[in-house]
Write a new protein. Structure first.
Length: 238
């Protein structure tokens, strides 16, 4: 059975993209080890609200590691110290009694802060709109077995498609590059027959949109690959 822990929690507070931010410090007491990180923040917010204070703002949705909404930079790592896991899949058993836990937002010029640790990641939506799709003829759907796809290609495309668009790659990169995200989305279509028709145009348009939106360039430090909660490979970039 997991033991309860007490620790110091430092969270980033900021009222908007141009406001000056600061850390607020809280002493968290007797938090069960089987509590998820987001549940721990829920406990913090309950305490803040009960005390008449403004709750800490952070993104979340499915809390199952699927949607890509949770986006916290915890103790110097996007999503925290657990590898291959999102913030919502991080449990307090990963930390120790007496620890200092620092929580920050994704820091990138392309992800302006909305409030506290909630950032605007609509730039990713714009990149997808620039080419992250396949064009199809309207009318009766083609038989599913009519397009033959080898298992190797299907498996590789599926690996690329596991990217949830959380932005951890951008937060981890010293250049603020979104290349791992873009390359995964480009590859998941280019590997399949349906996507090969527009493959070159798709790649050019998505990379151009990425640069237009203020993301940095890739210099192959592989920090994105190391921090990706879905273990996307930089082989997609090549």
């Amino acid at each position: 059975m997991d033991q309860n822990i007490s620790f110091t929690l430092k969270v980033w507070r900021q009222n908007g993209p141009k406001a000056e931010g600061h850390f607020d410090t809280f002493e968290m007491k007797d938090i069960p080890g089987d509590t998820s990180f987001l549940e721990m923040l829920d406990i913090l917010n309950e305490q803040l609200i009960e005390g008449g204070n403004e709750p800490f703002v952070f993104d979340h949705d499915c809390r199952e590691g699927i949607c890509g909404m949770c986006s916290l930079y915890i103790n110097g790592h996007p999503h925290g110290p657990a590898q291959g896991a999102t913030t919502c899949q991080l449990y307090m058993r990963r930390f120790h009694d007496g620890d200092v836990i620092t929580v920050e937002p994704w820091r990138s010029a392309a992800f302006p802060i909305i409030k506290d640790c909630m950032v605007d990641r609509s730039a990713f939506d714009k990149i997808i709109a620039a080419g992250g799709y396949t064009s199809v003829r309207t009318g009766q759907a083609q038989d599913a077995n009519a397009i033959l796809i080898s298992k190797d290609d299907a498996d590789e495309a599926m690996d690329c498609a596991t990217c949830i668009g959380c932005g951890a790659c951008v937060a981890a990169c010293k250049n603020g590059s979104a290349m791992l995200f873009v390359s995964s989305k480009v590859s998941q279509f280019a590997l399949l027959p349906q996507g090969r028709v527009e493959a070159a145009r798709r790649a050019k348009n998505m990379v151009a949109k990425m640069e237009e939106l203020g993301f940095g360039n890739c210099t192959n430090t592989r920090a994105c690959e190391a921090e990706c909660p879905k273990n996307e490979s930089i082989a997609n970039i090549a």
